[in-house]
Each structure stands twice: as structure tokens, then as C-alpha cells.
Design a protein around this ligand. Sequence first.
Ligand SMILES: [Zn+2]
Length: 118
Amino acid sequence: MPFNIMTLSMVDRPIGLTEGLKILERDQFRCQYCGLDGKASFENALVMSVDFVVPRARKGKKDPANLVACCRPCNMIKGTRVYANIDEAKKYVLRQREELRQAWEAKRARPGAGAASS
Ligand SMILES: [Zn+2]
């Protein structure tokens, strides 16, 4: 397999490149949590990865059913918590992202405004 951007982004993953690419292709290079399109740009491609729905640290299996395409920010937010299923994980990740977005937007809208209540 030629070295490319997809292989580069999975260098540190505990799954094989062929296996990882199969998962990304199955999910059409789209983050299964936030929907980020890994094919849309170089920047997006760089952050694409493969996520263990049940983390390896929690005895998650290296099985296609337990693997999904995922961007690194979502992967980081999801962490090693355990969820009942991918829908629950997705809800958690999206809620966290929304909170982060609101905090970021509040800060941007009122630079140096201190703790303004909303
Ligand atoms: Zn994502």
C-alpha cells in the first residue's frame, strides 16, 4: 500500500492500515460522531482516524463492528469513557462539542468581558 495521507493519520493506531482503511471506506471517510467529511480538504483528511467505540482500555474488540471513522477532536472528547452504544457516545460527543462551541463563541463575542452571565 502506498504511503498516503490516510496511512499517515493512522500511524499511531493499534489497528492495521488495511483494516483501518476498510473502516474509513465503509464510513466514507466521514466522522461518525460530528459528520466531518475527511475527503473535503487536506485539513480534514489530516484529522481523520479510526475509533474504538468501546475503548481498548475497556476491553473493546478490534472488530469492524466496534470500529468507526472518527476525527481526532471527537476521539479526544470521547476519551475512554464507556457508552452503551455508539448513539450514546455520539450524543455525548456532540453535547460536549456544543458546550465548547458556546464557550468559544462567548469568549470571541466579548473579548476580555470577564464572566458575563447569559
Ligand atoms: Zn468528529
